[in-house]
Write a protein that binds this ligand. Structure first.
Ligand code: PLP
Length: 396
């Protein structure tokens, strides 16, 4: 690949999935073409975001949508929107939240590295629930009443991280928050597939939801979707767009920004550093269309075929195929190397320093497991991965 050769950077085979550390996944040619085409003409970026809003609204069932540089960026501008509303003065003062609602309620067991995006706006996270894993007294985690109890007049939002295991259920959290007039922001960055999750969190009561553009959707690595209430998306847009405008000449698209609701033009906001260019927006919208058109069943079959190729190369070794009969799951191949010969850790290391370099998922290494995730494999690579693992396990 010429560009990487010129830069002196080696490419890798990504058998771990769309990790940002590994530069995400592989875009379809149609997505790359959309980005190239978008790069060849200038547009008013707010008009392009208004088109994105319409398309995202259709795909998610939300009132409005927006594109920023990742799910993390979308969480940041979504949180900012919940603090400021449509007040340009407040927007200008962030992350100084003096005199504003400056707390965000979150279930303690959902705390994670990405909640930095929420804290970056000036919000303090108020943790609730005690996921007691040590006393052996049962793991109850947080309950909806605890969230409701933690909401005060300082609460700007409830922040919820979607996951199959997430407790309490989102609809209960939304009911508790809405009873106190507080919006719920959902981090659903990696919750696709299944495709139904594009609509699910909004349907369950989320006021804002963030999805990664660069994960299963297959859009540009530096893109993310924010979907939700029209007024909150408007507040997020106003803190993200470049607002080097003259008020009397500024005519933003009314479906995204209702100028009549503003007392003046905000300045560049806290989200200005989460920029998404026309190329990312066009690429993401194209990828979203293709993601929906392909459907869970065809996508699952495509991934499963790669898993079966890897598993076939490893016949006779300790290998399990997971998620093979669940089209809502990403099927994976899980390998259990004989630790007396080669540990899970050393298998990963050997492949990632090999030629070609292959990155496997070492998350299960403490249980002696290595995973092959097919999401970012290119045609033909499954065979290469299977053969390389076989060589490493048999020759060691
Ligand atoms: C990947 C991920 C993010 C970040 O998404 P980006 O699109 O890379 O910004 C946030 N939260 C969770 C739970 C994730 O898995």
């Amino acid at each position: 690949m010429t560009v990487y050769r010129e830069l002196g950077v080696r490419t890798l085979i990504n058998a771990k999935g769309p990790a940002t550390r590994l530069s995400g996944g592989i875009m379809r040619p149609e997505v790359a073409t959309a980005m190239t085409e978008a790069s060849q003409a200038c547009v008013d970026i707010a008009d392009l975001q208004a088109a994105a809003s319409r398309i995202i609204a259709e795909a998610t069932g939300a009132e409005a949508g927006y594109v920023a540089s990742g799910a993390s960026a979308c969480l940041l501008i979504g949180a900012a929107a919940c603090i400021t509303g449509l007040d340009p003065g407040r927007m200008a003062r962030l992350p100084d939240t003096s005199g504003m609602k400056n707390e965000c309620v979150m279930v303690r067991s959902q705390r994670n590295f990405y909640d930095h995006a929420i804290r970056a706006t000036g919000l303090a996270i108020v943790e609730v629930g005690l996921p007691d894993r040590y006393a052996g007294a049962g793991v109850r985690d947080a309950e909806a009443w605890e969230i409701e109890d933690a909401i005060t007049e300082r609460t700007a939002a409830v922040f919820y991280v979607a996951d199959q295991q997430a407790r309490p259920p989102l609809n209960e959290v939304a009911r508790a928050a809405h009873a106190r007039g507080v919006p719920v922001i959902v981090d659903a960055a990696a919750q696709l597939p299944p495709q139904g999750n594009l609509r699910r969190f909004i349907a369950e009561g989320a006021d804002l939801v963030a999805f990664s553009g660069g994960k299963a959707i297959g859009g540009p690595q530096a893109s993310g979707i924010l979907a939700g209430r029209r007024d909150l998306v408007m507040a997020a847009a106003l803190q993200h767009l470049d607002l080097d405008v003259f008020w009397d000449m500024w005519d933003p698209p009314a479906t995204l920004i209702d100028k009549r609701r503003l007392k003046g033009a905000p300045q560049h906001g806290i989200g200005r550093s989460c920029k998404a260019g026309k190329e990312e927006i066009a690429g993401l919208l194209t990828a979203l269309r293709l993601f929906i058109a392909e459907g869970d069943a065809a996508r699952h079959a495509r991934w499963l075929a790669d898993c079966e190729t890897v598993a076939a190369a490893l016949q006779g070794l300790s290998v399990t195929l997971t998620g093979g009969d669940d089209i809502a799951a990403v099927p994976c191949v899980v390998i259990q190397p004989d630790p007396a010969r080669l540990s899970a850790r050393d298998l990963c290391l050997r492949l990632q320093t090999g030629d070609p370099a292959i990155v496997l998922d070492p998350a299960g290494r403490d249980q002696g497991l290595v995973t092959v995730n097919p999401m970012c494999l290119r045609p033909g690579e499954a065979r290469t991965v299977g053969d390389a693992i076989r060589r490493a396990l048999v020759e060691s």
